[in-house]
Design a protein around this ligand. Structure first.
Ligand code: RP5
Length: 170
C-alpha cells in the first residue's frame, strides 16, 4: 500500500466561520492544483481572539509562508492576523449578510499604515485569486511552483477564443 506523505503546509487559509467555507474552498482547490500543501483553519477575530492571536503568531515557526484570510461582515480577521505576523497576509472580503460583502471589503482594505493586508476581490473569485497570488509569492523561491504558474497562464490564454466572427454588414 502506498504510504501517504505528511503535509508540510506553506499556506494557511483562515476564515472567520464555517459559514465562509463555500467561498473560501476555492482558495484550497487552486492551491491543490499548484501542488501546494496548506492548512484550513476556522478562527474568529471576535469569537476566539486568543486562538487567532496564538495561531497567527506561531505560524511562521511552523513553516507557514503566506496567509490567506477570509471574513465577512465587520471583517477584522485579516487585520488581526497581520497584527501578529511579518508574513504576507492576503485578505478576502466575503459576501455575507445585508451588505453583501461591501462591509467586509471596506474593513479589509482600509488597514491603518503599519499593518498591511493585501486585499482581493469580494467572494469566491477573490479567494481563488488569493491562492494564485500566494503561489506567485512562493514561486519567487520555488522553481517547480513557478513552472506550474507558467503552464496555468498558458492554459488560461488558450481558452480565450480571440476573433470569433467576421461579419459582412451589407
Ligand atoms: C464573520 O461573520 C464570518 O467571517 C462570517 O462571514 C460572518 C457570519 O458568521 P456566522 O454568524 O455565519 O458564523 O465573522
Amino acid at each position: 500500500m502506498a504510504k501517504t506523505r505528511k503535509a508540510k503546509p506553506l499556506v494557511a487559509i483562515l476564515m472567520g466561520s464555517t459559514s465562509d467555507m463555500d467561498q473560501m474552498s476555492r482558495a484550497s482547490t487552486k492551491l491543490k492544483e499548484f501542488g501546494i500543501d496548506h492548512e484550513v483553519v476556522v478562527t474568529s477575530a471576535h469569537r476566539s481572539p486568543a486562538q487567532t492571536a496564538e495561531y497567527a503568531s506561531s505560524a511562521k515557526r511552523r513553516g507557514i509562508q503566506v496567509f490567506i484570510v477570509g471574513a465577512g461582515r465587520a471583517a477584522h480577521l485579516a487585520g488581526a492576523v497581520s497584527a501578529h505576523t511579518t508574513l504576507p497576509v492576503l485578505g478576502v472580503p466575503l459576501e455575507s449578510g445585508a451588505l453583501k460583502g461591501m462591509d467586509a471589503l471596506l474593513a479589509t482594505v482600509q488597514m491603518p499604515a503599519g499593518v498591511p493586508v493585501g486585499t482581493l476581490a469580494i467572494g469566491g473569485s477573490g479567494a481563488e485569486n488569493a491562492a494564485i497570488l500566494a503561489a506567485q509569492i512562493l514561486a519567487l523561491a520555488d522553481r517547480a511552483i513557478a513552472a506550474k504558474l507558467d503552464r496555468f497562464k498558458k492554459a488560461m490564454a488558450k481558452k480565450v477564443p480571440g476573433v470569433v466572427e467576421q461579419v459582412v454588414a451589407d
